[in-house]
Design a protein around this ligand. Structure first.
Ligand code: FUB
Length: 467
């Protein structure tokens, strides 16, 4: 009986230590994607994104097309199709910037940002076009053969020359009464009603002022409705935060509500979509988290969120685990109240601090491909950043650059705990002499060779966080 119990305990510990295969955020890892817009239709979610194709050292956006993904569970995404910027032959350059698709009466309308190919300078800025199809992922065709909104049709902010870049980032909201509204803008935020045909403005263009905003409107508007309140979310300031305002009408007045997400590391922009699917609210946005990611090589993330009973929305933390996994805390054997956290890109022991994301880690299969005992520790709230050691033994939180050298320094082999085999110890995978992850009495974390006395400080337990 005792033997069977021992086997059961061992198996359960191995399972509890088993690191999940790398997944979570970003949701798309084989190309760079940005400016997500989501549509719920017929029990599926369709994701319309920009495709970032700038080189690693690129200094501006190179976006030749938009891509369409679909999912039935928000975790597994399939590439369904694409729409080339060239479909709009009145546009120019690789300018397939932020866009959104909405369904009405069985037709799908894809509102896009492009640069207008117009000889008149005031008309040659960003413009909004619209394509239409009978299907959510294919057959889209330019519905007008020219801009729906041209740069000279909306008041140009004072700091913009030529055609300006204030006519971009279209979002369309279809109200319960069947009235459709188009919002757009950079620096200035605009809206206009759409006719029922969805491809003509219906009436005047209006500027939106957001009351009590602790910053300036930048771009990326999106509307959603919850419990009778209209929510306008948008990029604020630069580098961009995402904030929200509320109103009891899609025409405002809009009152600032709060910060939804702070600036993302490595990219000056962020761009969000908010949907409800299967009774759960989702916040979809972008980062620079993939190796060689940056301002012009971005990646789409998804987080769950809820509206508070008073209608407010708490500030969200972008997570590496995303929807697919729970993060872990790394508990010290030597002090059961101490856990590895990161502070100023350095790991050290600290207390549990339940709400603090610095003490949570997305434990994934080792960046260095190999057997299942290899794992890597990604910061839960700094996607793409891993605990990596140097040849001198220091350990820091560093962005994965995709190189073999980084992968080797950020991959550890999980061993039975040196102080207690029911715990774990983490050995480096480089060629140097046998070294382990351990902490000093003062709590700083490093890798080094071990004496018998170090075994307790080189023994840890991965505790899954199921909040
Ligand atoms: O991706 C190009 C531009 O950057 C989008 O139009 C803006 O929202 C910002 O994300």
């Amino acid at each position: 009986m005792r033997h069977a119990l021992l086997i059961l305990i061992t198996v359960s510990l191995l399972v509890s230590f088993a690191a999940p295969v790398a997944a979570g955020n970003p949701i798309i890892r084989d190309r760079f994607t940005a400016d997500p817009a989501a549509l719920v239709h017929d029990g599926k979610v369709y994701l319309y994104v920009g495709h970032d194709e700038a080189e690693v050292d690129g200094n501006f956006y190179v976006m030749n097309q938009w891509l369409i993904y679909s999912s039935s569970d928000m975790i597994h995404w399939e590439l369904e199709g694409q729409l080339p910027r060239a479909e709009f032959d009145w546009a120019r350059d690789p300018s397939a910037w932020a866009a959104q698709t909405i369904e009405r009466d069985g037709k799908f309308y894809w509102y896009v940002t492009v640069l207008n190919r117009d000889p008149v300078p005031e008309r040659a800025g960003n413009a909004i076009g619209v394509a239409v199809s009978d299907h959510p992922t294919q057959g889209f065709r330019d519905a007008i053969g020219g801009p729906l909104v041209r740069s000279d049709m909306a008041e140009r902010p004072p700091n913009m020359g030529g055609g300006g870049w204030h006519v971009l980032d279209p979002t369309v909201f279809l109200d319960d009464d069947g009235q459709a509204y188009l919002y757009w803008g950079n620096t200035y935020l605009f809206y206009a009603k759409l006719k029922d045909n969805m491809i003509e403005l219906d009436g005047d263009i209006h500027r939106i002022e957001i009351e009590d905003m602790p910053g300036t409107f930048t771009e990326a508007p999106w509307l959603h409705q919850h419990n009778g309140t209209y929510y306008l979310t948008f990029a604020m300031n630069f580098p961009e935060q995402i904030a929200y305002a509320t109103s009891d009408s899609p025409e405002g007045p809009w009152t600032y509500g709060g910060l939804l997400m702070d600036v993302m590391p490595g990219t000056g922009t962020n761009h969000q979509a908010i949907i409800e699917f299967d009774g759960q609210w989702y916040f979809i946005h972008h980062s620079a988290a993939l190796p060689t990611g940056g301002d012009y090589r971005r990646s789409v993330h998804i987080e769950k969120f809820e509206h508070n009973p008073d209608g407010s929305i708490d500030t969200l933390t972008p997570t590496s685990s995303g929807l697919a996994f729970n993060p872990y805390r790394i508990q010290a054997y030597s002090n059961r109240d101490a856990y590895i956290r990161h502070e100023n890109y350095r790991p050290l022991l600290g207390d549990l601090d339940p709400g603090n994301y610095d003490v949570k880690w997305h434990v994934v299969a080792g960046l260095l491909d190999g057997d299942e005992d290899l794992i890597s520790f990604q910061a839960e709230n700094f996607t793409g950043y891993y605990l990596a050691h140097t040849s001198t033994g220091t350990v820091a939180l560093r962005k994965n650059d995709g190189s073999y050298d980084f992968q080797r320094r950020a991959t550890f082999r999980k061993r039975d705990g040196l102080a207690d085999s029911e715990w774990a110890s983490f050995q480096t995978t480089d060629e140097l002499e046998e070294r382990y992850l351990l902490h000093r009495p003062n709590g700083t974390v490093f890798v080094g060779p071990l004496t018998e006395a170090d075994h307790e400080r080189a023994t840890f337990r991965l505790r899954e966080v199921r909040e």
